[in-house]
Structures are given as structure tokens and as C-alpha cells.
Design a protein around this ligand. Structure first.
Ligand SMILES: [Zn+2]
Length: 225
């Protein structure tokens, strides 16, 4: 579909839960996503896209360039650049040593190994942080998982399972601290009422700065790797 800044790919989705037609930007893929309720006409989605063509163009044009993990490049961990060095040979794996991320195995799998390494570290880190914050409030964490999510940085299910986007490992530590605190606070309050925010702020003092950082820089996390 043509937009003021050029053509853009549109992803069409049908959702049984959607109450109205919505537009959002998929930063990872650089596409606009149109979600339609089951009975909505696709033509209504097209009309909404036309009405919001400037908004779509502006947001797609503002996305940072895609930056794949590559030998000689770097990966951001805790907000700081860590060089990536390919070490041919070995059985395949990635490890941090001397401030450098070493990656062995075939070059074609390097990006995958870097992502797997970050994902494992994110799982360890966010699990430990969530358990520590929960213990202080006598809350129970059933499970912590990490995923490559597109639309949310974390979530908390009614049965006490927490999920975090592993890409947060690339964000500064205060941002990670806030997202973990936010989801742990949901273990007690499954809403965003004032009592929730009071607990959230008690669990992490970084809400304002972290929220701003995610709004301004979050797309970069999705465009890396
Ligand atoms: Zn929330």
C-alpha cells in the first residue's frame, strides 16, 4: 500500500477479542498491522489506513535501521556496547569474556547464537530479580519465561507466571528493574489502579525514566539482532 513516505507492507489480522479496528506499528518487521474484529469489513480497515496515512508514514520512517548481530559489530548489554567476535572452530556457543562476546561455530549461525546467549542470560537475570522483589512482598512467582515479544515488554498471568521480552537485556539496568517490578506488582494487583502503582513504585523507583526510555528507545531493541 502506498503511503506519503513510500510503499509499506500491511499485515491484516482478525481477532475474536478486538472490539474495534486498530492500527499499530510492528517495529520488528517495519510494517503496519491492522487488526479487525471478526465481522468488520476489510474496506473499513483500508479506510482507517487512508485516514491515518501520515501517522503510519511518520512512524515507519522514524524506525531505526535494522542492525543484525554480526562479527566485528557489537551487541548492547545493560545499555553498553559489547563487541562481537567470531571464533571459528569449537562446537558452537557464545560466551562473555574480557568484555567481548565470543561466538564459535559456523558464521551463518552467529546471529542466532548471540540471540540465544542473550535469551539465556535474560532468563537467569529476570528470574533472580523477580524472585527477590516478590520475596520482599511475600508474593509467589510460579514461573518466569522470556520470549521475543513484539507488543509488550512483560506480562503477568492470573496464575502467577511472569513473562519478559529477552530484548530488555539490551536496555539500561534501571529499565529492566522497572519492568520486573511492574510485573511483580501485578502478582498482587491484576489492574493499573492506584494501589498497583503504589506497589510498583515501591518495587522500583524508576517508573518515569524507564517508561520514557522505552517509549523513545524501545523500537531500537526490536530492530536489533
Ligand atoms: Zn501492567
Amino acid at each position: 500500500m502506498a503511503f506519503p513516505s513510500g510503499p509499506a507492507t500491511v499485515q491484516w489480522r482478525r481477532s475474536a477479542r478486538a472490539r474495534r479496528i486498530t492500527l499499530r506499528i510492528d517495529a520488528r518487521h517495519g510494517q503496519v498491522v491492522v487488526t479487525l474484529p471478526m465481522r468488520a469489513a476489510k474496506s473499513a480497515g483500508v479506510a482507517l489506513l487512508r485516514q491515518n496515512a501520515d501517522w503510519v508514514s511518520t512512524h515507519l520512517a522514524a524506525l531505526p535501521d535494522v542492525a543484525p548481530f554480526a562479527d566485528g559489530g557489537s551487541v548492547t548489554i545493560d545499555g553498553a556496547a559489547v563487541p562481537i567476535r567470531h571464533v571459528p572452530g569449537g562446537r558452537g556457543g557464545a560466551w562473555l569474556a574480557d568484555g567481548t562476546l565470543h561466538v564459535s561455530g559456523d558464521a551463518e549461525f552467529l546471529a542466532r547464537r548471540v540471540a540465544d546467549c542473550l535469551r539465556d542470560e535474560a532468563r537467569r537475570r529476570f528470574s533472580a530479580q523477580a524472585l527477590a522483589k516478590a520475596a520482599g512482598e511475600r508474593l509467589v512467582v510460579r514461573r518466569v519465561t522470556v520470549k521475543d515479544t513484539r507488543t509488550r515488554w512483560g506480562s503477568c498471568s492470573a496464575d502467577g507466571a511472569l513473562m519478559f521480552c529477552w530484548r530488555l537485556l539490551m536496555a539500561p539496568p534501571y529499565v529492566q528493574d522497572y519492568v520486573v517490578g511492574h510485573e511483580v506488582a501485578h502478582l498482587r494487583h491484576m489492574n493499573h489502579a492506584p494501589a498497583f502503582w503504589a506497589l510498583c513504585d515501591a518495587l522500583s523507583p524508576h517508573r518515569v525514566a524507564a517508561t520514557r526510555w522505552l517509549r523513545e528507545e524501545g523500537a531500537r531493541l526490536l530492530r536489533t539482532g
